[in-house]
Design a protein. Sequence first.
Length: 213
Amino acid sequence: MLSTSLLHALPEAFESGADTHTLFATLLGGLLAFFMLEKLAILRHSHHHEHDGHHHAHGHDKREAGKAGWMILVGDGMHNFTDGILIAAAFLADPGLGIVTGLAIIAHEIPQEIGDFIVLLNAGFSRARAYVYNLLCSLLAVAGGLLGYYTLDRASNLIPYVLVFASSGFIYIAVSDLMPQMQRRATLRETIPQVLLIALGVCIVLFLTAHRH
């Protein structure tokens, strides 16, 4: 995700001729926007439970878990819709960039969707219901892609700013979420595969970027 942002998407945006100061402002605004979205998600999920020392009616946990499940679906749907728009913007800027951006999003989405599926099961959804709702949320990426393709195609001047905003999301997720999780695994046995996979990811993006040029 960092390689896609710093070696591919951001250079593509800054080489477009768009105003540099506005692009940097978009990058800062995107980082702060993703920070606030995560902060709101954390606040919304901070609820009391039946056995937390407070007196709640019977069934409180189940009702609250159900609400959390629906919030997960709403948040995931919006996220997927936005991802579709970002992929469309990347493809409109350059097909190679679109492929790399799509792969980066897929690499992040697969573990996230698995996690969302588990959350829905814990929230009381049946396996079939959780699968169907997760699938419907995933299909919103297609809707976002179609909207982005037909909208941004007519407003090509917006593509650099969408790319920068997408990069801010990639950078924020990588730096604030993924890398701290990797740092918790401090043993040499776990560190070596991490470093090798990171190096592989960087090399793939470098190869695709050099091949495109």
